[in-house]
Design a protein around this ligand. Structure first.
Ligand SMILES: NC(=O)c1ccc[n+]([C@@H]2O[C@H](COP(=O)([O-])OP(=O)(O)OC[C@H]3O[C@@H](n4cnc5c(N)ncnc54)[C@H](OP(=O)(O)O)[C@@H]3O)[C@@H](O)[C@H]2O)c1
Length: 285
């Protein structure tokens, strides 16, 4: 049996996977991946590993030494993970951020970003939305916003307006992705002529209990409101949408979390887990 400071106890015969982040104690990934593994009778040891920024490379080397098959990466290590990868997917190349790592047969570090596919699956499969021809607003211009823009255009959205506190960051995303479709920026205090079909909060404001400033003209009672942030009660952003415009179609990002995990699980193990049962179990916790 192998021991190390990274994984103090190795379960004999189990496939080893891990989630890294700083902090990482809040991560729901162990619960989700263990629930997926149970569906297939796959013996899985999935651990949380706290990694200080700048130390991901040495931690990955140690995990690999222990026979680790796959590693999830969360805030604030996604950019560091992308930079370490020797085989980066199109999504990682487009966003500069990776949330899923594994090793090829010849030991190359491979990276993907499953956040985008996770969001689109949650919107379309779980929430039943059709994105085709829809107009969207995205609040935020960080790694999460960058990761979802290409798959949203690929799913057929007609246009996306980006609203970010630091406008320069939103403009940089427009420059990077303008070849994909109609993409523009708007100031948080700006006005739009007509409301959007879907508004997505991709800021981290919810982590501190806040709601990002955004133009109220983006909302009508029919606007679908999605918050990548999730909580056991209605998030501040979703509560604000309901209070200010009477929106009733409200969804938080727990489904995205489960769907991005499912995509990672498939990359590592070649198995497609059922997600709705795991999402229900997670919400019931
Ligand atoms: N559900 C899921 O599976 C999932 C997956 C990925 C991410 N997420 C969530 O998505 C969020 C963003 O993640 P990220 O990786 O993109 O983070 P990030 O790269 O750090 O970007 C944070 C973004 O939030 C904005 N922001 C932060 N505080 C704000 C405030 N008080 N008011 C307005 N804007 C504010 C920042 O604006 P500035 O540029 O002006 O600083 C920036 O655009 C996090 O809450 C994360 O948990 C969820």
């Amino acid at each position: 049996m192998s021991h190390s400071p990274v994984i103090p106890f190795r379960v004999p015969g189990a496939v080893l996977c891990a989630v890294t982040g700083f902090p990482v104690s809040h991560s729901r990934s162990p619960f989700i991946h263990r629930a997926f593994a149970e569906q297939f009778g796959l013996p899985l040891q999935y651990e949380r590993v706290e990694v200080r920024p700048g130390l991901l490379s040495s931690t990955l080397a140690e995990l690999r030494e222990l026979g680790c098959r796959g590693v999830n990466v969360t805030v604030p290590l996604k950019e560091e993970a992308a930079a370490l990868a020797t085989q980066a997917s199109v999504a990682v190349q487009a966003t500069g951020a990776a949330n899923t790592l594994w090793w090829s047969a010849d030991d190359a570090l491979c990276a993907d970003n499953t956040d985008g596919v996770g969001l689109v699956r949650d919107l379309t499969r779980n929430w039943g939305m059709s994105l085709n021809g829809h107009r969207l607003a995205i609040l935020g211009a960080g790694g999460a916003a960058a990761g979802v823009i290409p798959p949203l255009f690929a799913a057929g959205v007609a246009g996306i307006v980006l609203i970010n506190r630091s406008e320069a960051r939103a403009e940089a995303l427009v420059e990077r992705f303008q070849s994909l479709g109609a993409l523009s920026t708007l100031q948080p205090t700006g006005r739009v002529a007509s409301p959007v079909d879907l508004i997505i909060n991709a800021t981290s404001a919810g982590l501190s209990g806040n709601t990002p400033t955004f133009p109220s003209t983006l909302l009508s009672p029919a606007t679908h409101c999605y918050d990548m942030f999730y909580a056991s009660t209605l998030t501040p952003f979703l509560a604000a949408c309901r209070a200010s415009a009477g929106c009733t179609e409200l969804r938080d990002g727990m489904g995205m979390l489960v769907e991005q995990a499912a995509a990672a699980f498939t990359l590592w193990h070649g198995l497609e887990p059922a997600t709705s049962v795991v999402l229900s179990a997670l919400r019931a916790r």
